[in-house]
Design a protein around this ligand. Structure first.
Ligand code: ADP
Ligand code: MG
Length: 225
């Protein structure tokens, strides 16, 4: 199956199966737009278990990121490293260093070959997640963005192992991340501001898990454009 079959369904259908700096630029632009349209919803989720600024932090910071994309350096890795630096410098709250580290590690891992496939990108996503854990010590079930990102990346990886169709791989990642996001509702927060609420954090969807799932939505939107 998959790799060993030698079949490349995406290529035969003419779908894009390679990740380029152009694709990544579009991905980040879509994510920035989603942060603007979901700002109030993310703030409302954060109001329930935090300080109501998660949407504002991301919307403001990613507007700066998007404005800098036209002057991005060559190469997929360099592009995402610039995104990571800008996120660290422009996104406030806990989300800034966490999302920023994710993009910095992802950029570092994928390097600057002009094209990479889903599996190389999977390794980069895992490196990015490793950066988030190194920075914030999140563990599964702590009710953080990790709980959407980790299952999203694993679903992405599983799909990438058997498929070459980038839209399908991103869709698998989105569905995995959305399941993880929804599962945060029943979790008790053990990291960040929401952890101050203890039992009262149960019953609310984590704002960071909600924005993290939108990373996959942004990829799907870019690919269906
Ligand atoms: P702040 O809590 O500083 O206001 P934000 O509102 O921007 O920051 O982000 C809150 C989100 O950050 C939470 O919903 C959670 O998903 C995530 N988060 C907080 N602490 C951690 C951590 N240690 N590791 C991973 N994610 C975390
Ligand atoms: Mg907040």
């Amino acid at each position: 199956m998959g790799e060993s079959s030698g079949l490349r369904p995406a290529a035969s259908l003419g779908a894009p199966d390679r990740i380029t700096a152009g694709f990544l630029t579009g991905w980040i632009r879509e994510f920035s737009e989603l942060m603007q349209t979901h700002r109030d919803r993310l703030n409302a989720l954060d109001a329930a278990i935090g300080d109501a600024d998660h949407g504002t932090n991301l919307a403001r910071g990613f507007a700066v990121v998007a404005a800098g994309l036209d002057q991005a350096p060559d190469g997929p890795g360099n592009l995402l490293a610039q995104v990571g630096r800008t996120v660290v410098g422009s996104v406030g709250g806990a989300a800034g260093p966490l999302f920023g580290t994710f993009f910095l590690r992802l950029g570092d891992a994928i390097g600057n070959d002009p094209e990479l496939d889903c599996r190389d990108f999977t390794a980069g996503l895992r490196a990015g997640l490793g950066g988030i854990v190194a920075r914030g010590s999140a563990e599964p079930g702590d009710k953080t963005l990790y709980d959407a990102l980790a299952p999203g990346i694993e679903a992405f990886a599983a799909a990438a192992a058997g498929l070459y169709d980038l839209p399908e791989v991103f869709t698998a990642g989105r569905l995995g991340a959305e399941r993880g996001r929804d599962a945060t509702i029943d979790m008790l927060a053990r990291k960040g501001r929401a952890s101050y609420l203890g039992e009262r954090s149960v019953g609310h969807q984590d704002p960071g898990a909600t924005s993290a799932a939108l990373l996959f939505t942004a990829g799907c939107r870019r690919l269906s454009a």
